[in-house]
Design a protein around this ligand. Structure first.
Ligand code: CA
Length: 415
């Protein structure tokens, strides 16, 4: 779920969170006490404000009992990742065979619920399941931070006050309605929670009770999570029956328009020499561009420039994009949904001599480093600060380029 233009889903924060603990905050005793006083008076002020907006005082008091600022949340807020993830690393971890296979299992397991969701909202079931798979690894990773505590910390530290105040009010409304019990209101540090990783205000607007038990429970109920995701995408402008996009081939030395916002008709793109990639037995494409009307509006997406994979994307790509405002994210969902439907990998390779690794391969890298005596923390397939430091040390010892990346070259060198 998006928070402004940054990605704060638990999967992402899981990747970067290990870095947060490196910079310890050293505060003097008097500074701590001054902070506590201002936190307490801030909470008092919040009580007054939310009670005036319809929250019962006792709901607030029960929810806020013993709440303390969470220093990790402030560190996370001001954390600027020094390590920019390349698009091929990002996609290799999010769209690996494991997540494709898991997704196919889930499609079978929840087929009846997905039948109803597709019928009611008109959204492709593969995309619904792909969002679920990327947001919370099919409900397995929903985050562990107390949302009320995180939001109160951010508000009282004066971080984007108006935004987080709205989220806090929405969270208290969830508690007051009894939709989700307080102990289950945990999530990412910025407040996204549940199997769909909705922010509380998004939950208020778009979560649905899809299993009919009277509660909108996107934490404990898979049908509620799938229905809510479908509802989100429908409200974001999903066009029933239209694909998200298709991989294309550019003419040599293409230097024409590109970018998600530059839209023109398929016919116009074709006139610039842009054609669908060739379908081979190995590279099945689930979307046939020639089935679409020439008037279909499309944008040309070049995530790694003209030398990498290219895509013509349609309205539904924008619907996915609105779930979490990042093109790499939308492409991950889109590609995962295609792969679940039987599509192959992208036909054009990423412009790198060191492609990304799957989570299984990342676990192999971590295990091999552990076996060699490097401290990587847990073997979990998430490449955090410790894993990156160990990879850098290993690269240095082997005299290969030091970049801390868990790519194919490091995997090969470790084997
Ligand atoms: Ca329900």
């Amino acid at each position: 779920m998006k928070f402004l233009n940054k990605r704060f889903s638990v999967l992402w924060s899981g990747i970067v969170s290990k870095g947060f603990f490196l910079a310890g905050l050293a505060l003097s005793a008097s500074a701590v006490s001054a902070q506590t006083t201002s936190f307490e008076s801030c909470v008092k002020g919040l009580r007054k404000s939310v009670v005036s907006q319809g929250i019962q005082g006792e709901v607030f008091d029960r929810a806020m009992q013993g709440v303390e600022p969470d220093p990790d949340v402030l560190k996370a807020f001001s954390f600027q990742p020094e390590f920019r993830t390349a698009i091929w690393d990002y996609l290799a971890g999010l769209v690996d065979q494991e997540r494709v296979d898991d997704g196919r299992d889930k499609l079978k397991e929840w087929s009846k619920v997905l039948d109803v969701a597709e019928q009611k909202y008109g959204v492709d079931r593969n995309v619904i399941v792909a969002v679920w798979g990327v947001e919370s690894n099919y409900g397995r990773i929903q985050g562990k931070r107390d949302i009320l505590r995180s939001l109160t910390t951010l508000i009282c530290a004066d971080k984007r006050q108006a935004f987080f105040r709205g989220e806090l009010l929405a969270t208290l409304r969830i508690l007051q309605s009894g939709d989700i019990p307080p102990e289950l209101l945990v999530g990412s540090w910025a407040g996204a929670f549940g199997q769909t990783q909705f922010m509380p205000t998004t939950y208020q607007r778009l979560a649905v009770d899809f299993d009919g038990d009277g509660r909108r429970d996107i934490v404990g109920s898979v049908p509620d999570a799938l229905g809510s995701t479908a509802n989100f995408l429908k409200r974001a402008g999903w066009v029933t029956g239209q694909p998200w996009g298709v991989e294309v081939k550019l003419p040599a030395n293409y230097s024409g328009p590109s970018g998600r916002r530059t839209k023109q008709s398929l016919e116009q793109w074709k006139s610039l020499g842009i054609a669908p990639v060739k379908v081979t037995a190995k590279n099945v494409q689930v979307t046939n561009m020639s089935n679409l009307p020439g008037t279909t509006q499309a944008a040309l997406l070049l995530p790694a420039g003209a030398k990498g994979p290219a895509f013509l994307v349609f309205r539904n790509f924008d619907a996915i994009f609105s779930y979490n405002a990042a093109e790499s994210y939308a492409l991950a969902i889109a590609h995962l949904s295609d792969r679940m439907r039987g599509s192959g990998m992208f036909q054009t390779a990423w412009p790198t001599d060191d492609p990304g690794t799957s989570r299984a391969e990342r676990r192999q890298i971590q295990q091999a480093l552990l076996d060699r005596g490097y401290d990587i923390g847990e073997v979990d397939g998430l490449i955090g600060a410790k894993s990156r430091a160990a990879i850098s040390a290993f690269q240095q010892s082997k005299g290969i380029t030091v970049n801390g990346r868990a790519g194919q070259q490091v995997l090969k060198a470790l084997r």
